[in-house]
Each structure stands twice: as structure tokens, then as C-alpha cells.
Design a protein around this ligand. Structure first.
Ligand code: ATR
Length: 318
């Protein structure tokens, strides 16, 4: 009995905060991670937490009083408010992205420490699961909202040849180029464009990596990528030998509910016809960003490949 009471007291508490939040996969992912560390007696309780609009700070205050509270994931639309709430205690990635998706509670000083694991989640998924090197590649990043902002610095840190940020509202892409210029290697080209890609077409740039960070698919709209932006030789060689020169990576940061019928949400349907493509949705990024949060909170690095397989099959069958 005493043992049981002690164990219950050891359960670390976590929440993912957002609005809406019901469909978040984060609780499932973190429980799967924690199961990998059973022998270390790591027990977690991870739940969704719906925050009413305009009440982020009040809720954060309330949560910090919950016994055994350890950490929070923050999702749309509260990442900027989480950044402001932890502005005195930010990691480098969070400070540069001006956005926080992970809070860790410092129970001694009663403060929240802010991190951003989205960008490293994307980079780790591309490098580790997809075995695709970012170094010296031409990257087209579609979108200039919060999702795009969170991944630019981690992508720049991999020393790509170029990043072109293309957005429906070009001024927003211009601003990101201006703000991130200071963080890039001097050899990396960082430029902006709109979704007609006139600057890119004029300069005849062909991309090795195309990342969708827009919300277009949420509005059932598609972004058409002109064929001549894709650096694929389009030969009939369907060998997916990753990282070979002519293999192009098309990555949608949204994850698909059913990978067989809707693999890339609505994105890149035109690109699908090319050969030598790696197509990916954002499930791997979701799992990798969660893994980084898990490491920050628990000092343990989970195996993400096993959890990817479990989650893919869960999403396909539900
Ligand atoms: P998030 O924080 O998820 O990135 P956001 O800040 O609202 O959300 O940004 C959404 C992004 O998707 C923006 O780049 C937006 O383009 P605008 O800056 O022009 O608004 C882009 N977006 C949304 N709907 C789109 C659509 N139908 N076609 C193209 N881009 C779209």
C-alpha cells in the first residue's frame, strides 16, 4: 500500500495546450515514449488541455500550481503567448523563432522555461528517418506564418545552399528574409518570393527540398508547384536511393490521417507525378519534436522509429 502511494506521488504531469486540442496525438506519442523507460520507473500522466481564447496566462498560472507538474506542449494558437510567458528564460531556438512549443516547469524557482523543438523536429526527421542531407541543397519553403518561422533557423544551421521563402503575401516572406539574414552562413542564399514564383523562375532555381508550411490544405486549397522548380531528372529510374543527387524531397509539415489515400494532404499533387521523389507528410516531424520535448523534460532520448511505425498504423486504421 505504501509503495502504491509513493508511486502515485512520483507520476510526472504534462499537458498539451491548444484550441482546438481534442484531436492532438501528443498524449499518445508521449505515453509510447514513456513506456520505453518503464525500468527507470518513469511514470507520466499526459493529457490535452483546452485553453479558452484570451485566457492563456490565467491557465498557465493555474497549471503551475498543480502538484508534480513538469512540462507543457503548446500548440496553435498559443505559441507566441507561451514565448511571451517565458521571455526571460528562452532557449536559443525559441528566442530566434519567437515562438515556444515546449515549456518546462522549474519547480524550485516556480518559473516556466521556454523551448522550441519544431524546427529540430523537422530537421531530425529529414536527416534520420528519411536519411536526406540538407547541406548544400536548394530549399523552397512555402509559407511565412508561425510554422515557417519556427523551422528557418534550424534549417539554416544545416548549411543549405539556399532557402527561398515563398508566401501568398510576399511582404511577410520579405520580413522573414530580413530578420533571419543575420543567422545564415555567408554562402547561403536567403530570398523571398510569392506563390507565382517569378523571382525563382527568373533565376532558374531548381529545388532539392520543397517544404509546405502553409495552412492552405486546411482550407482545402492546393499550391501548385511548377514542374521546372523541381530538381528531378524525371527519368524512369524509380530507385529511391535517398540522398542521391537527383532525389527531391517534398515534405508537407501537416500529417495525413490516412497515408494510403491522402498521403500529402492536398499538397504537391502535381509533384507526385515526378520520379525520384521522396514524399513525406509531417508525422515524423510531430514525433521528433515530441521526442525533443520528452528529452528536455525527462533527460531521456526515446526511440522515435518504433513510435513512428505505431502512430502511422494507428492513424491509418482510425
Ligand atoms: P501557422 O502559425 O500555422 O503558420 P499562420 O500564421 O496563420 O499559421 O500562417 C498560415 C500560412 O499559410 C501563411 O503563410 C499563409 O499565407 P499568408 O501569409 O498570405 O496569409 C498561408 N496560407 C493560408 N491559407 C493559404 C492559401 N489558401 N493559399 C496559400 N497560402 C495560404
Amino acid at each position: 500500500m505504501i509503495n502504491k502511494i509513493m508511486n502515485t506521488q512520483n507520476i510526472k504531469k504534462f499537458f498539451v495546450l491548444g484550441n482546438p486540442i481534442k484531436h492532438s496525438q501528443s498524449p499518445k506519442i508521449h505515453i509510447l515514449f514513456a513506456e520505453q523507460f518503464k525500468e527507470f520507473d518513469l511514470q507520466i500522466d499526459y493529457q490535452t488541455y483546452l485553453v479558452e481564447m484570451n485566457f492563456f496566462h490565467e491557465n498557465l498560472q493555474k497549471i503551475s500550481e498543480i502538484p508534480n507538474i513538469c512540462g507543457l506542449n503548446i500548440t496553435v494558437p498559443f505559441k507566441e503567448q507561451a514565448y511571451l510567458a517565458s521571455i526571460e528564460n528562452l532557449s536559443e531556438f525559441a528566442e530566434i523563432a519567437q515562438s515556444v512549443n515546449t515549456l518546462k516547469f522549474d519547480s524550485i524557482n516556480k518559473i516556466w522555461l521556454g523551448y522550441n523543438t519544431d524546427g529540430i523536429g523537422l530537421v531530425n526527421d529529414i536527416k534520420n528517418r528519411l536519411q536526406y542531407s540538407i547541406k548544400d541543397k536548394n530549399i523552397l519553403l512555402l509559407g511565412a506564418g508561425g510554422a515557417a518561422k519556427g523551422v528557418i533557423f534550424p534549417l539554416l544551421s544545416e548549411n543549405p545552399k539556399s532557402i527561398f521563402i515563398a508566401n501568398r503575401t510576399k511582404q511577410k516572406a520579405d520580413l522573414l528574409v530580413k530578420n533571419f539574414d543575420v543567422y545564415k552562413n555567408q554562402n547561403t542564399i536567403l530570398q523571398s518570393d510569392d506563390l507565382l514564383f517569378s523571382n525563382i523562375l527568373k533565376n532558374n532555381i531548381k529545388f532539392d527540398i520543397i517544404i509546405n508550411a502553409t495552412a492552405a490544405s486546411l482550407h482545402n486549397q492546393n499550391i501548385i508547384i511548377p514542374d521546372n522548380l523541381i530538381n528531378s531528372n524525371n527519368s524512369n529510374n524509380s530507385n529511391n536511393s535517398n540522398n542521391s543527387n537527383n532525389v527531391v524531397l517534398i515534405y508537407d509539415m501537416m500529417y495525413a490521417k490516412n497515408s494510403a489515400t491522402n498521403f500529402l494532404t492536398n499538397f504537391a499533387t502535381s509533384a507526385k507525378n515526378h520520379n525520384n521523389l521522396i514524399l513525406s507528410d509531417g508525422l515524423g516531424m510531430l514525433i521528433e519534436q515530441a521526442a525533443k520535448s520528452f528529452e528536455i523534460w525527462n533527460n531521456k532520448i526515446p526511440n522515435t522509429q518504433i513510435v513512428y511505425a505505431t502512430m502511422r498504423s494507428f492513424l491509418d486504421n482510425n
